[in-house]
Design a protein around this ligand. Structure first.
Ligand SMILES: NC(=O)c1ccc[n+]([C@@H]2O[C@H](COP(=O)([O-])OP(=O)(O)OC[C@H]3O[C@@H](n4cnc5c(N)ncnc54)[C@H](O)[C@@H]3O)[C@@H](O)[C@H]2O)c1
Length: 308
């Protein structure tokens, strides 16, 4: 095992938290990120600790080849177009980044002789309106957006490269991730929006009884590190298995709901079964929602203003 690892999308919310954890593990870390939604700001500490940032796109073969010198032992592939509404408005762009970009990363990994890839996928989106709650990995994928479809296709390509070329591949189907560095602008998670809210009033679409499975970023990073150190091919949900309604969340953050019309196409209930992650990776979510919210609010309050 070499010490070098590559994190695509490493300047983003989850990626930058992962980079910090990999540096803690003594890894040499390269980040490939085009800074489209991520920020150098997220990496200030990591760059000071020796991480290398290549400002480039996963659609650019030369940038990928550069990022894979020296050859990383493991590629953590997180770079993606994550905005569901943008994906609906421009599915070609979404597929270009999430599918063609993933294929370009896989091709680069194959050419360089990378051993292992860990893919960030989405359980929250891929299962759609699932019949079984909490939803196990055996549930049939039912994408309800181009974003979910491109992620499902990226998963399929990773497994293909594993079968064709022996590239070890592990896919993490993430639930709704929250925590420090999540951008409250754009189509962020509801927790980032609520924690950055200074009005005391939360916009709630529909009746607020729609549910999500909120998993803290520190726990998600732990799952990535474990998946990177494993030697198996596989896929599992990374989630808490607990449902929280948007109304309950607003109350927990101390906000009064301001009801607005329901948004079409929104998934009603999302909650993923985490038991396979325990069996495969020895992983469980350790941070309670209460603890995670406190950590997120503290980070938001103490964080220096980020450049727009
Ligand atoms: N946040 C969640 O709740 C959640 C849930 C499920 C899955 N995921 C997945 O986790 C991963 C990370 O998501 P995040 O929430 O940290 O989002 P993010 O937007 O903060 O991170 C994505 C990163 O990828 C970079 N990027 C985008 N297009 C790129 C390109 N063409 N080339 C290079 N870099 C590019 C962005 O600049 C950004 O730094 C994504 O793959 C996302 O689909 C996130």
């Amino acid at each position: 095992m070499t010490r070098h690892v590559l994190v695509t999308g490493g300047a983003g919310f989850i990626g930058s938290n992962l980079v910090d954890a990999l540096l803690d593990e003594g890894r040499e870390v390269t980040v490939l990120d085009d800074l489209s939604t991520g920020s150098r700001h997220n990496l200030v500490g990591a760059l000071n600790r020796g991480a290398r940032l290549i400002n480039g796109s996963i659609g650019d073969r030369d940038a990928i080849a550069k990022a894979m010198r020296p050859v990383p032992d493991t590629v953590f592939h997180l770079a993606a177009q994550i905005d569901v509404r943008r994906a609906v408005a421009d599915p070609e762009h979404d597929a270009k980044v999430n599918l063609l970009g993933t294929i370009a990363v896989l091709e680069g990994a194959r050419a360089a002789g990378v051993r292992r890839i860990v893919l960030a996928s989405t359980g929250g989106a891929i299962y759609g309106d699932a019949e079984t709650i909490p939803t196990p990995e055996t549930a049939e994928p039912r994408p309800l957006s181009p974003y979910a479809a491109s992620k499902a296709a990226a998963e399929s390509y990773c497994m293909l490269y594993s079968r064709l070329y022996g590239l070890e591949c592990f896919t993490l189907r993430l639930a709704n991730v929250y925590g420090p560095r999540q951008d409250p602008r754009g189509e962020a998670g509801v927790i980032a929006l609520f924690c950055a809210n200074e009005t005391g009033v939360a916009t709630v679409f529909g009746d607020g009884r729609q549910t999500r499975d909120f998993v803290y970023v520190g726990d998600v990073v732990d799952a990535f590190v474990r998946a990177g150190n494993d030697i198996r091919n596989g896929m599992c949900n990374i989630s808490t298995g607990r449902e929280t309604s948007v109304l309950a969340l607003a109350a927990a953050v101390g906000l009064e709901p301001d009801f607005r019309p329901e948004r079409p196409g929104e998934i009603r209930r999302s909650c993923l079964d985490p038991s396979l992650a325990r069996r495969l990776l020895g992983w469980t979510a350790r941070t309670s929602l209460q603890e995670g919210l406190a950590l997120t609010s503290t980070a938001a309050a103490t964080r220096p203003a980020r450049p727009a």
